[in-house]
Design a protein around this ligand. Structure first.
Ligand SMILES: [Zn+2]
Length: 479
């Protein structure tokens, strides 16, 4: 069985590479992944999956399902790009189109590997060799609007037994670490316009409020827990220097290792906003665009994924791919490897030291990082509170590739990324087959999950009754 799955994915890899490359070229931003979601949904539909499009008030969210029996296994696919990262498949910086979006997190590979795994599992169900239901969850807007959280609130995960997913990375490992919980929020200040030189005394600057809020937040940093993160960009700073801006806006991410910590930190950021508005005699509103929970690990599923990673093995790279990596690495800072190690869980660093002089991680890493938190957030965290979930990563780039970078875009569009993607599809496929063959394993994972949520049930970070912020992003992205 497992041999057949591996062979099937291998034999069909050309088709998956084409799909991945098309999504890489579309490079659509979160909530607007129209062509990407359509391509994935159509491919699943043609293969016999039933499709539900436009789930949870998001036109680019979909669910594709095959099978009628239990258990129901979900594979979570992402396909959104990042703004401003357009890049050719070259080892030197060369945007395809200045300031256009690019797949700087490799979600073209992400969504396509999940598709390949679902199609392979479907073959096994169809032949009667295994029993169960396989579902592709087309989860949009991971980068900007936490698509999965909105889908959870719409109840579409209610009957799912297990969820699995993966992410492109520069190492092969089970991701056993936590991720930060997060609030994604915009502060919009409103003041009074005036001629900036003629009668500035009649103006009340909304931009002053934004700047003072940022100053206040930067002072706040010293008095928050060390693992929390606050960062922002100014999305509206006014129109011209000679007009006192009557409207200005700043966009914040507030993160901490647990949702409770975010919930206790956020009111302090709100106080800073209030202070800024008081000082400048402006008014403000806060608009919560999204949020994600920290990740609840499931060791049963982590062990399963690790075992399947060992079976499939790491992706192997050719001489040309090593050369490409070597060239690309010239754009990394000189001390990048020390900085890179600093971003890893403490217990992983000795293992990674061996890659200091190498282009690629060429082994399956042991499971490490349990009980630690990596910087960054994902809405996969939310799903881990409503179904047992685990995830892994495969090498889709040279060691030390910065996250959300042009270097990642370049590799996600060529054979280095493709190899990691095909490897990931095989691992996912094997893991699902094992779950379908072994009901005891499903039960064990569910029992572990239920034990964990007994004491701390899931609380959505998203505001009650709110809808996905499509209108906000439409104006921000000028879609
Ligand atoms: Zn990502």
């Amino acid at each position: 069985m497992s041999v057949k799955i591996l062979e099937w994915i291998e034999n069909n890899q050309k088709k998956f590479i084409q799909i991945s490359d098309r999504i890489w070229n579309y490079a659509e931003l979160g909530l607007f992944e129209k062509k990407s979601s359509r391509l994935l949904a159509d491919t699943l539909n043609e293969a016999g999956f039933t499709i539900e499009l436009g789930v949870a008030d998001m036109p680019t969210a979909f669910i594709a399902s095959y099978g009628t029996e239990s258990p129901i296994i979900a594979i979570l696919g992402e396909y959104d790009a990042l703004p401003g990262l357009s890049q050719d498949t070259t080892p030197i910086k060369k945007p395809l189109e200045e300031r256009a979006p690019g797949h700087g997190c490799g979600h073209n590979l992400f969504g396509t590997a999940c598709l390949a795994a679902c199609l392979a599992v479907k073959k096994a169900i169809e032949s009667g060799e295994v029993h169960g239901t396989i579902r592709y969850y087309g989860t949009p807007a991971e980068e900007n609007a936490d698509g999965k959280g909105w889908m959870i609130n719409a109840g579409v995960f209610d009957d799912v037994d297990i969820s699995l997913t993966w992410h492109p990375w520069d190492v092969n490992f089970v991701i056993a670490t936590n991720f930060q919980a997060m609030y994604n929020v915009v502060f919009r200040f409103r003041g009074q316009t005036a001629h900036a030189a003629g009668d500035p005394f009649n103006g009340r600057s909304a931009l002053d409020a934004v700047e003072l809020m940022n100053v206040g937040s930067n002072y706040l940093r010293e008095h928050i827990i060390p693992d929390a993160r606050i960062h922002y960009v100014i999305t509206n700073g006014g129109q011209a220097p000679n007009i006192v801006p009557d409207e200005a806006e700043v966009w914040y991410y507030v993160r901490a290792p647990s949702l409770n910590e975010v919930k206790s930190l956020y009111p302090r950021v709100l106080k800073v906003a209030e202070g800024a508005s008081l000082m400048t005699e402006t008014e403000f509103e806060s608009i919560l665009l999204g949020g994600s929970a920290n990740l609840l690990p499931n060791q049963t599923l982590e062990d399963l994924l690790h075992e399947k990673m060992e079976v499939v093995g790491p992706p192997q790279f050719t001489e040309e791919e090593y050369e490409f990596a070597c060239e690309l690495r010239k754009s990394f800072p000189e001390n990048y490897f020390d900085n890179y190690l600093a971003g890893l869980p403490q217990d992983a660093r000795p293992f990674f030291e061996r890659f200091r002089e190498k282009e690629f991680c060429d082994t399956i890493s042991p499971i490490f990082g349990r009980g630690t938190t990596l910087g960054g957030s994902t809405d996969v965290g939310d799903v881990s509170w409503v179904t047992p979930l685990a995830q892994f990563a495969t090498v889709c780039g040279t060691i030390g590739t910065p996250g959300h970078s042009w270097q990642q875009v370049a590799q996600a569009g060529m054979s280095i990324g493709h190899k990691g993607m095909i490897t990931a599809a095989k691992i996912l496929g094997l893991a699902v087959i094992e779950l379908l063959q072994n009901p005891g394993l499903v039960e064990k994972a569910q029992k572990e999950f239920e034990e964990k949520i007994k004491t701390t049930p899931f609380e959505s970070p998203l505001p009650e009754g709110a809808k996905p912020p499509i209108e906000y992003y439409k104006s921000l992205y000028k879609q």
